[in-house]
Design a protein. Structure first.
Length: 205
């Protein structure tokens, strides 16, 4: 906790869970940190071996040691799902972070047989890839030449993920637009909703 308890440190690591980022990209996500404090936090994380930086020192990424924090940090996000369902304004939350939580929460059994390359525009732009029962979420676009695209606001994405709204209803209302594999996207959101229900039910028990 001497390392992780410093203000902003966990949030920096959280951003890097979505893939490598440049200094300016991290700063853009957390403008209140200021460049000097961000430099200090990155220097500390690099010194302990949790992150690496490119030769030009413009891009930072988690090391294998840093990846060991993936499950604990996402666990904090899963704990927060209950808060969303209890009245936190979903418009203040980030859709990409909810998707990131689902990489741990969603049962591989629910993703079995599902293949999807998807680019999402939900206030934040990110990609979701499902392959061999695993979900990967990245800040960068999909590497597929023809990915499925999903467009909605953050509130709709979160409602779909929590199961409080169905993809079919969101599409009918115009709040959700899917270009590509509609069935696969629907199945993925169903898996998200199942995971969210299981986690919030466990917290209520």
């Amino acid at each position: 906790m001497d390392v992780l308890g410093e203000r902003w440190t966990v949030l920096i690591l959280r951003e890097l869970l979505l893939g490598p980022k440049r200094f300016t990209q991290i700063l853009g996500r957390m403008p209140s940190i200021g460049p000097n404090r961000l430099t200090d936090r990155l220097r500390t994380l690099h010194a302990i071996g949790a992150i690496s930086k490119s030769e030009s020192a413009t891009e930072y990424a988690l090391t294998e040691f840093g990846e060991g924090l993936r499950v604990p940090i996402i666990g904090l996000g899963l704990w927060g799902l209950r808060l969303m369902s209890d009245g936190v304004d979903p418009l203040t939350a980030r859709a990409d972070m909810v998707a990131l939580c689902m990489t741990v929460a969603t049962s591989p059994r629910r993703l079995a047989g599902l293949a999807l390359e998807c680019d999402v525009d939900a206030g934040e732009r990110f990609s979701m890839t499902v392959s061999e029962g695993a979900l990967l979420v990245r800040s960068r676009p999909s590497t597929s030449s023809a990915p499925t695209t999903v467009a909605c606001d953050a509130g709709t994405f979160i409602a779909l993920s929590l199961g409080t709204q169905k993809p079919s209803a969101a599409c009918e209302s115009g709040r959700l637009a899917i270009d590509g594999d509609v069935e696969a996207v629907g199945r993925l959101f169903d898996a998200f909703a199942d995971a969210a229900r299981r986690h919030t039910a466990a917290q209520s028990a």
